[in-house]
Design a protein around this ligand. Sequence first.
Ligand code: UD1
Length: 381
Amino acid sequence: MRVLLTGGLGFIGSHTAVELLSRGFEVEIIDNLKNSKLETLKNIKKITGKKPKFYKTDLLNKSALDKIFRNNYYDAVIHFAGLKAVGESVEKPLSYYRTNIDTTLNLLDIMKKYHCKNLIFSSSATVYGNQDGVKLTEKNQTGIGITNPYGQTKYMIEQILKDTACSDPEFKVTILRYFNPIGAHYSGLIGENPNDIPNNLMPIIMKVYTGEIKTLKIYGDDYKTKDGTGMRDFIHVVDLAKGHVSALKKSLKTNATNVAIYNLGTGKATSVLKMVKTFEKISGQALNYEIVGRRPGDLAKVYANPKKANRELNWQAELTVEDAIKDVLNYLLKPAADLKLKLPVARPHYSISKAFSLLGLKNPLVKLGAHPSRTQKSTSV
Ligand code: UD1
């Protein structure tokens, strides 16, 4: 089975590539490297022993896309490519609409032209808009109260895909609505490393930890939640990647439905403050943070009801927030540990001797316990 991943060198795409390759799928990747790095390709090979065929191509370049499909056959496409920085989308709405919508239209045109009839799309819980505090099921309404152009593009693309599938009963579409992906591969070789300005919680915590950002602003402690800070359904990126494998396997079966929609979340919500405290505990380093006012458009509690995916995809999130934090730390510290250098940036809460002794260990700071993803045997397609 050969699968094309658009945006396959990004955070979620690269982890999905690893999970697919380790289960015997053939993977090819298109990426314009705007928000990803070529090094990720090498690291995918280090993890899996297989190097996917790579095209440095922008999906806006339709003739280049046409050429790729003319020369290759794909059983399915997983469409990750797109712009995703919420704040930037508010400043540059036209760029977001053009990039996210036009690339998807190009992809659909070309897929239809070459009779590739199976598409899995990276959507987001953002399509549920302003529904607060309810365990969201796929039947909850979408499209009302979306507060930014990025979110609107996800909603619009869902509509485009549903209409496309409706016009062609053989065209199978799977829409995966992600909750809040965090973590890194436990090898420490791939993780989240955006070139764009992050406004998501974990990339900011990571930058506060490394000293690139001075202070984490916690947006509001007056929500009606246990500690007053916002709560989200944080899902480990490896679990999320495995969700794609399960969705792909299901959609490749002949009796799969024409349009299938799944929430990929854990069903549990963790507060922002709890996340910060857990990160501090596991890293052994205090994080500089201050409580500021609420961020416009934020909700108190957003979490998934993932039962449909559990049932129909035979998939469920297995890793915890603690696992994700350990993997993030391992990812951040791996380059220094490999080079046996001192920690990359000044860490006021660290003594250098502690840092060196930790870096002398194979896995500095992070003791990776056995958990399902690390002990699980891969099954082939
Ligand atoms: C945000 C977007 C959503 C998008 C999703 C994934 C908004 C309103 N929503 O969701 O459209 O699909 O990212 O990209 O932007 N937080 C802080 N300080 C920070 C950053 C975040 O306190 O510096 C808090 C937020 O207030 C929130 C939680 O952390 O309570 C999670 O925020 P974030 O990671 O941005 O994700 P969402 O708000 O869930």
